[in-house]
Design a protein around this ligand. Structure first.
Ligand code: ADP
Ligand code: ADP
Length: 229
């Protein structure tokens, strides 16, 4: 049961070949950690899945639906695949609760009441429900990142993509965000995570994928991967 499929995907930035013949199948419920040196294309790969970047050729499907450049396809992928970035991208002039209600109201067309119930449910799930009426700047970085995760979950996505979600955090806040991600993994979420947190990879990943210069160069179960000299 393949949820996300990339076939022969090529991505160029102007004259720069950023992704070279990427083939990747992600099973429903599978957790993948993407690693590799800076500039190897990890972020580009996951941004292509969410249509934050357009590909030059190849094919991406999400739950059987081909990701084209049509508005319908882009709306589909933004609903079904949540994304969490290094920078939290919360709206500073909206409360935590309002940040989480926006997309459910606009995209899922939920009523204000239903959107609030959804927002509160997922804020509780990331154990930050008691901060619902605060503004982002009143929270720590770790708390803001958990809000960003809750906001993505409010779309009830089928998969979550993480792009170095702990890289901008002070060290003491990394664990709370990783614990939230581990909780999601345990709930069965399909996840692709770009992260340098190898403890997380060892604990959570079904597969670790190593990229270099725009290519997938190695793929392994975490134990095999980490024991490889
Ligand atoms: P084009 O396809 O028109 O040549 P690019 O895809 O190269 O444009 O660049 C798109 C945007 O990304 C530009 O605004 C550019 O400034 C920015 N950009 C260029 N190089 C990089 C880079 N290495 N990392 C991130 N952004 C970049
Ligand atoms: P990683 O996530 O592995 O660090 P990226 O996917 O961010 O790698 O970037 C891959 C390569 O593409 C890098 O060489 C980067 O400079 C380049 N790049 C990323 N975004 C752009 C852009 N918008 N325009 C031009 N080049 C880019």
């Amino acid at each position: 049961d393949i949820l996300i499929r990339m076939e022969n995907v090529e991505k160029w930035y102007g004259g720069f070949h950023a992704l070279k013949n990427i083939n990747l199948k992600v099973r429903r419920g599978e957790k993948i950690v993407l690693c590799g040196p800076s500039g190897s294309g990890k972020s580009t790969l996951i941004r292509c899945i969410n249509h934050l970047e357009t590909i030059k050729s190849g094919r991406i499907t999400v739950d059987g639906t081909a990701l084209t450049d049509s508005k319908q396809a882009v709306d589909m992928v933004r609903r079904e695949v949540g994304m969490c970035f290094q920078q939290f991208n919360l709206f500073p002039h909206k409360t935590v609760l309002e940040n989480c209600m926006l997309a459910p109201m606009r995209v899922r067309k939920l009523s204000r009441e239903a959107a609030e119930a959804t927002a509160r449910k997922f804020l509780d799930r990331v154990r930050i429900g008691n901060q619902a009426d605060k503004y982002p700047a009143q929270l720590s970085g770790g708390q803001q990142q958990r809000v960003a995760i809750a906001r993505a979950l409010c779309m009830e996505p089928k998969a979550m993509l993480f792009d170095e979600p702990t890289s901008a955090l002070d060290p003491e806040m990394v664990k709370e965000v990783l614990d939230t991600m581990i909780g999601l993994a345990q709930d069965g979420m399909t996840m692709i995570c770009v992260t340098h947190e190898m403890g997380f990879a060892r604990q959570v990943a079904d597969r670790v994928i190593f990229m270099a210069e725009g290519e997938i160069i190695e793929e392994a179960e975490p134990n095999a991967f980490f024991s490889n000299p």
